[in-house]
Design a protein around this ligand. Structure first.
Ligand code: SAH
Length: 346
């Protein structure tokens, strides 16, 4: 099957040639798909009916909104989308003063197994296509009529475990002729797949790399994240150094605070020793309790003290503002509760 929405402009030109069409049609079709966000060939009014007919064998992906929840506190919207094959994925729209940010999923499920994360509990079902990653943004922009200016890949899935599709998605998202979102406004979050971080660095894009660290040493990290048994923290941090050298982009370290596990003053001191030389920023996130897991979030005071300690050691740090705290909680939980519901109805 040819997934037309996952094609870049060059591939679309080739397709036009194969179909015996003029290559300028590629640009027109690309613009309909990625700028005007149409969901059918019928909407492509400057494309001759005969060509539209020929194209009808190439389905255009689109998502069905299965559920939306809106926060009464801050207007955050959580979307549950159904894919063509019936799988469901989650995306979140966050409205900030500086613009709208969309958090998207990169896979259906995840195989990384982080202990505190709800998205990985059922394992990995499949990778998302570039078009399916784009569709999350396109659907939200269409549904709200509001422009999206920031994209974070922090939904379900490990983006670097779906690497080829991720690159293609980033290309279509940021290049001219589509939504043309600035690379600087895109963040890719990873649990730390070292060879892929190094590959991504070679692309020399201006995207932000967010590294899920969550621990100050290998022992603690291995307790929370199975991937840490594959790549030592030193290797991960070295990959971050390379990423900065190649791209000039400051690294974001994500650190979810779990009560009694990684939130002590000693943990903060050890962490700052390890990352002091890296041009970075630490984002502290009080862990969202997941009902299948026993982890508890750190107290407000512990979070504040952790921040102060890092600051004293000269580290840039912020506490992640919680968005949409009144709607279906943490990452992946809307999808999970939906799946549990449909499961029990069977
Ligand atoms: N797989 C990628 C991106 C998806 S998760 C990654 O690991 O970075 C996005 C972020 O949310 C990661 O930092 C992840 O560790 C964190 N996260 C997952 N579950 C969480 C929870 N219950 N509470 C707080 N942070 C969580």
């Amino acid at each position: 099957m040819t997934d037309i929405k996952s094609m870049n402009i060059e591939e679309l030109k080739e397709l036009m040639q194969t179909l015996g069409e003029k290559t300028f049609r590629a640009k027109q079709i690309y613009s309909w798909l990625h700028e005007h966000l149409v969901v059918s060939y019928d909407e492509m009014t400057n494309i001759p009916a005969k060509l539209r007919e020929k194209l009808s064998v190439y389905p255009i992906t689109s998502l069905r909104i299965a559920d939306v929840q809106t926060s009464k506190i801050d207007g955050t919207r959580k979307y549950l989308f159904q894919l063509a094959d019936g799988n469901v994925i989650e995306s979140v729209l966050m409205r900030y003063k500086h613009g709208n940010s969309v958090c998207i999923s990169s896979q259906v499920g995840c195989r990384m197994g982080c202990r505190f994360c709800a998205s990985t509990i059922g394992g990995l079902t499949r990778n998302l296509l570039p078009s399916e990653m784009l569709d999350q943004i396109y659907s939200i922009q269409k549904e709200t009529g509001e422009r999206v200016s920031n994209i974070v890949l922090m939904g379900t899935g490990e983006p670097l475990d779906n690497y080829e599709n991720l690159l293609r998605f980033l290309q279509i998202l940021t290049e001219d002729g589509g939504l043309h979102i600035s690379q600087r406004n895109v963040t890719v979050s990873t649990c730390g797949i070292v060879p892929r971080i190094l590959e991504l660095a070679e692309e020399k894009m201006q995207i932000t790399l967010a590294l899920s660290l969550h621990a100050p040493n290998d022992e603690k990290r291995q307790e929370l994240m199975p991937i840490a048994r594959k790549y030592a923290m030193d290797e991960v941090l070295d990959a971050c150094r390379v990423y900065f050298q190649k791209t000039g982009r400051r690294i974001t370290f994500e650190y979810s605070l779990v009560a009694g596990v990684n939130d002590s003053q000693e943990n903060a001191r050890e962490l700052s020793d390890r990352i002091r030389d890296i041009n970075c920023h630490v984002n502290l996130i009080p862990v969202n309790p997941v009902k299948e897991r026993s982890y508890q979030r750190s107290t407000r005071q512990a979070v504040e003290n952790f921040k102060i300690k890092l600051e004293k050691c000269g580290i840039n740090v912020t506490i992640r503002r919680e968005m949409g705290s009144d709607i279906d909680g943490a990452c992946g939980q809307l999808r999970k509760s939906y799946m549990e519901k449909t499961e029990s109805e069977k």
